[in-house]
Design a protein around this ligand. Structure first.
Ligand code: TYD
Length: 208
């Protein structure tokens, strides 16, 4: 596989989807060929699984069931989209991937992190991530950007603690993984976009 695989990660509310869209539009304008995709989802089967995971009617879903669904969606997506594109030498940019599962299901929900690492490896097969762009905004700021209400409220407090664990989880992964690049995303969306674009350009990702 001689392409390049870039994943984009971050907590809810950091503006990740906007950044991925701005990047996609920029690369299109500049005629740079790249495959943009996302998780959970990315293929018809994986999008159906996404529908099950995110359906608010499924609030009684067990944590492990949820984990297996994320991994099932990932496996299909990897085999159907990511691996073939990398084999053709393409640049693949994926909105969330294995680190979201470690951060949300592992550090956030408390499932066993080593087990998740193993499942991630199985789902990925021979695929390797070259670079992970982590949009870094503190959990507190991200939470308030997302419209989180006062932390006095019990449910909101629970939610904000959950996001704090996820954010800390991402920081722990970042310490371990050399492929992680933290991008300060606390400024306005255009300055964050310029930072992301410049990092990709300066590190040779845009001239495959
Ligand atoms: P999405 O609509 O992609 O949210 P965002 O725009 O914030 O990326 O929804 C994905 C949600 O699923 C998000 O809250 C993170 C969560 N998620 C996990 O909990 N585990 C995972 O493995 C993945 C890929 C996502």
């Amino acid at each position: 596989m001689n392409g390049k695989f870039v994943t984009v990660e971050g907590c809810d509310g950091v503006g990740k989807s906007t950044q991925v869209r701005l990047l996609k539009e920029r690369l299109e304008r500049e005629g740079i060929d790249a495959v943009f995709t996302r998780e959970p989802g990315g293929t018809p089967i994986a999008e159906k699984i996404r529908g099950i995971i995110l359906d608010s009617d499924n609030s009684e879903m067990d944590g492990l069931t949820e984990l297996f669904l994320y991994e099932a969606s990932r496996r299909q997506h990897t085999k159907e989209i990511i691996e073939p594109a990398l084999s053709k030498g393409k640049l693949v940019i994926c909105d969330r991937y294995i680190d979201s599962t470690l951060a949300y299901q592992g550090y956030g929900r408390g499932l066993n992190v080593d087990m998740i690492r193993k499942l991630n490896e199985w789902a990925m097969g021979d695929v390797k991530i070259d670079l992970t762009l982590f949009l870094n905004v503190s959990s507190e700021e991200g939470f308030s950007r997302k419209g989180g209400a006062s932390r006095e409220d019990r449910l909101e407090k629970e939610k904000s603690e959950f996001y704090e664990r996820i954010y800390d989880g991402f920081l722990r992964i970042a310490e371990k993984e050399k492929r992680f690049k933290k991008i300060d995303a606390s400024g306005d969306k255009f300055s964050t976009h310029e930072k992301l674009y410049a990092y990709l350009k300066d590190n040779g990702y845009l001239n495959l």
